[in-house]
Design a protein around this ligand. Structure first.
Ligand code: ADP
Ligand code: ZN
Length: 433
């Protein structure tokens, strides 16, 4: 087994709980330095002394995305402005943008967490790491960068897009590990094929996927297309960014670095804590963050925690399932709740389906209509009309079984839909709100 920091990665549950308790108290004490928490915790009479056991965390109110928005630009900052060495910000397309601050120690800790993830993925000195996630205010790219360097890999900070150059670099620099969104990986595989190349022309050995929900069928499809192993990497800017949870290769979920985060799963409606195994909204508390500690932050991401804590990789950190989607990604179509990832899962299991799809919603005579545009393989597209009709039926049927809604299917030629170069935008909702 490969470990970056064996002592902490193989810590036992009891010792971990003690460490969490101590760090939780420190976190609350630090949080009180920010105007936001001074008010909220003050109003609720909460202080580090309120925490005698880890269960006392439940007495603390949640922190929501809206609280971050309302705290723009500095109300959650818990250190002097001069101590901050970096900030990240969300795009703000759905409202006031949110900001996350880091001091030097925060960046150092984050680098260490990412190094753990990458070493767990099998990375070593000598690997060539092509980081195909965009760099900038978005944490996807820069988030893995420093950890990758710390491991000693040669890092190519190429970012997203420019697909021909990406593929050229695979060849010229012998790239062994890539970090990419699954939707972009699907597109890149099309371009590889169109260039008359195959995975045998490269030295890739690990794909790291993150930044967007995708289904198990998509992973399998991509593993076949690239003929290498793919590992899931999860994170969100409010909790640093990528590297909060990462798969160990045992294919049983992503280990959450619980020495740095307390993870809870709640019922998104009632806010009640759910037992391990139940699906709900993931809530995080930072344990080591200094510049901007967050207590019980509601991620809006839906997943479940596995009941068992031990794992054959030797780590005892709780494991998180694949992310199903975000509470705000959920589509309500004719009163039925649908996640785009459910549609994706069904599509990617069908061999004739290609690498891209799009979901269109509109309202016709006061009724929701859902159309799914699906790229299919070139061979199928140019094949018999009768077979195309059958395929359409097959897709419609598979979707109906899964989401219980009849959809209109449009079969498209490869490359007909706008390709993703980062986080995919799958849904076009033309319904009036
Ligand atoms: P935003 O997308 O709101 O601008 P971030 O850039 O911080 O925010 O992206 C974090 C979000 O990306 C997570 O909350 C989650 O919804 C999604 N995400 C990140 N990694 C994964 C993953 N491995 N699987 C599914 N979703 C992911
Ligand atoms: Zn494991």
């Amino acid at each position: 087994m490969n470990y970056w920091d064996r002592n902490i990665e193989t810590i036992g549950r009891e010792e971990l709980a003690a460490l969490q308790l101590q760090r939780l108290k420190e976190t609350v004490a630090r949080a009180l330095n920010s105007p936001y928490y001074r008010k909220v915790l003050g109003d609720n009479n909460l202080s580090p002394d309120s925490i005698r056991s880890l269960d006392d965390l439940r007495r603390f109110p949640f922190t929501a995305k809206d609280d971050l928005r309302a705290s723009y630009p500095r109300a959650l900052l818990a250190v002097d402005r001069e101590e901050v060495v970096r900030m990240h910000a969300s795009s703000g397309t759905t409202g006031q943008s949110t900001v996350v601050y880091h001091n030097l120690q925060d960046l150092e800790n984050w680098t260490g967490l990412v190094a753990r993830c990458l070493v767990m993925a099998g990375a070593t000195r000598g690997d060539v790491f092509q980081n195909m996630m965009s760099y900038g205010l978005f944490t996807g790219g820069i988030g893995l960068h420093y950890g990758a360097e710390r491991v000693g890999m040669m890092v190519i900070p190429i970012g997203g897009g420019n697909t021909h150059r990406q593929i050229q670099f695979f060849q010229d620099f012998g790239t062994t590990i890539i970090h990419i969104t699954p939707s972009y990986a699907l597109h890149v595989s099309d371009v590889i094929r169109d260039l008359g190349l195959s995975p045998d022309d490269f030295r890739l050995r690990v794909l790291i996927f993150g930044a967007e929900p995708y289904s198990e069928a998509t992973r399998e499809k991509l593993e076949q297309l690239y003929r290498v192993r793919a590992l899931n990497c999860y994170g969100l800017s409010e909790m640093n960014g990528p590297g909060v949870a990462f798969e160990c290769g045992m294919n049983e979920g992503m280990h959450v670095w619980e020495d740095s985060y307390i993870v809870e799963v709640i019922d998104p409606e009632s806010g009640d804590l759910l037992p391990p195994g139940d699906e709900g909204e993931i809530v995080f508390t930072t344990l080591t963050r200094e510049a901007m500690p967050l207590i019980r932050y509601r991620s809006r991401d839906l997943a479940r925690l596995y009941e068992r804590t031990d794992c054959s990789c030797g780590r005892n950190f709780r494991r998180l399932s694949r992310i199903i989607g975000r509470t705000d990604d959920m589509l309500i179509v004719r009163g039925v709740n649908v996640f785009p990832s459910q549609i994706e899962h069904e599509l990617m299991r069908i061999p004739e389906v290609g690498t891209n799809y799009q979901i269109l919603l509109d309202r016709v005579e006061n009724l929701d209509r859902m159309t799914v545009r699906v790229e299919i393989t070139g061979r199928t597209f140019h094949g018999e009309v009768g077979e195309l009709r059958l395929l359409k039926k097959k897709i419609e049927h598979a979707l109906k079984e899964e989401i219980l809604i009849t959809t209109e299917i449009e079969l498209m030629e490869p490359g007909a839909l706008p390709p993703s170069q980062g986080k995919a935008k799958r849904v076009i909702d033309n319904r009036e709100m």
